[in-house]
Design a protein around this ligand. Structure first.
Ligand code: FES
Length: 177
């Protein structure tokens, strides 16, 4: 019986992804292309929605670095999705300063409203809800980050409901011809 694990093949980069990688690498001296690892992982995630093991391998090959070094970066920062996520990723900050101002209650409210566990994705694939690390806006707690880009401050339960409704509406409008 063959018990060896299947060999992973690097993801084939699209032309636009390769062009974007090259643009990032060009920002650094020729012998320091590995400095572009975070940017390349972000580009990969923007283009595919998440950072798969095949994607990590593609980044490692492109930058000439060990795949383990790429994994050390992708697994350190929670902005990288190491598994597929919903159309909208909602991170609710639950670090201590936010905890003191209802961060955990905000997370619980979003989970309850969407019917998912923390870390889960709704059945329609629209929302993924995750606890988040400090977003540098502790005075604005509760704080929510949508798709790693859009920060929302002072998120009362009412504002969280409005956010969810607004995102859902935006997705429906985008999908309507
Ligand atoms: S602890 Fe939540 S933004 Fe800093």
């Amino acid at each position: 019986m063959n018990t060896s694990a299947p060999v992973l093949a690097p993801m084939a980069l699209s032309e636009s992804t390769a062009q974007r990688f090259a643009k990032e690498v060009a920002k650094y001296p020729a012998d320091q292309s590995q400095s572009a690892v975070m940017a390349c992982l972000s580009i990969l995630q923007q283009e595919t929605g998440w950072v798969s093991p095949e994607g990590e391998l593609a980044v490692a090959h492109y930058l000439g670095m060990p795949v383990m070094a790429v994994r050390e970066v992708s697994s350190f920062y929670n902005m990288y999705n190491l598994k597929p996520v919903g159309q909208f990723k909602i991170n609710v900050c639950t670090n201590l300063p936010c905890q003191l101002r209802d961060g955990a209650k905000a997370l619980a409210h979003v989970c309850e409203r969407l019917g998912v566990e923390s870390g889960g994705t709704t059945a329609d694939g629209m929302f993924t809800v995750q606890p988040g690390e400090c977003m540098g806006a502790c005075a604005d707690a509760p704080v929510v980050l949508v798709n790693d880009r859009n920060m929302c401050s002072f998120m009362s339960h009412e504002k969280l409901d409005q956010l969810i409704d607004g995102l859902r509406l935006a997705a429906i409008e985008k999908a309507t011809p």
